[in-house]
Design a protein around this ligand. Sequence first.
Ligand SMILES: C[S@@+](CC[C@H](N)C(=O)[O-])C[C@H]1O[C@@H](n2cnc3c(N)ncnc32)[C@H](O)[C@@H]1O
Length: 223
Amino acid sequence: MNLDSLAYEENYQKNLDFWETAWQRVSKAVNTPPDFEYVKNIPALLKKYEIKSAIDLACGSGWLAFMLAEAGFKALGVDISESAIKLADGVKKDLYQSNIDAEFQAQDILTMKLEQKYDVAIINASFEHFDLERAKLLLKNVKNSLNKPGYIYGVYDQVGFGNKGEFIELEDGTKQYHDQYRDGMFLRSFSDEELRGIFKELDLEIIEWDYVDNNSRSVLVKA
Ligand SMILES: C[S@@+](CC[C@H](N)C(=O)[O-])C[C@H]1O[C@@H](n2cnc3c(N)ncnc32)[C@H](O)[C@@H]1O
């Protein structure tokens, strides 16, 4: 299936709507980085590869984009939720008096169109919210948003489903929830082998692969 039909499919739209509904419930932006070792190491990791600009894919209310901008990177945060972006813009204005190199845009990262290219695209704790086909397309398209050399840094969580919640299972194993709190949300578990296979298929060279907090896979690939 091509990108356009995938981007407008009804079940995918429901998943996107879920995120907007979820962010509408949030009244205060999360603007402090989570207390994980790998988070603290991100600026140093990027600097090692002379990376100067970053897109924070699925940025939420922007803590990572702000953290990077504070560390001297030019940062762009992109999220599907207008409400999340509004929170991020609010932090920029109130906490930094707009005096920080972090911009925010509400777009679907699957189909996003950007005005300029960046050295790295970062996806933290969000890849699991795509089904397999869209996850591959996402990385394929993100490659076009990057300078040369360009990098993609992902933190790919290990997804545990527990027994809770109501969901249907899509053909590729993605769960789409239909319970009260996650109505529409996609969640998929990507194994190490699958991730490695995706990078290989897309000609993305793995240059760093670590297991970090909660056994998440922290992976830097060269595009
Ligand atoms: C689990 S949160 C992670 C947020 C942030 N990356 C972090 O680490 O705190 C997932 C985020 O992905 C965003 N999102 C989900 N699907 C998206 C899409 N197709 N395009 C852009 N953002 C998306 C949601 O709005 C939400 O902010």
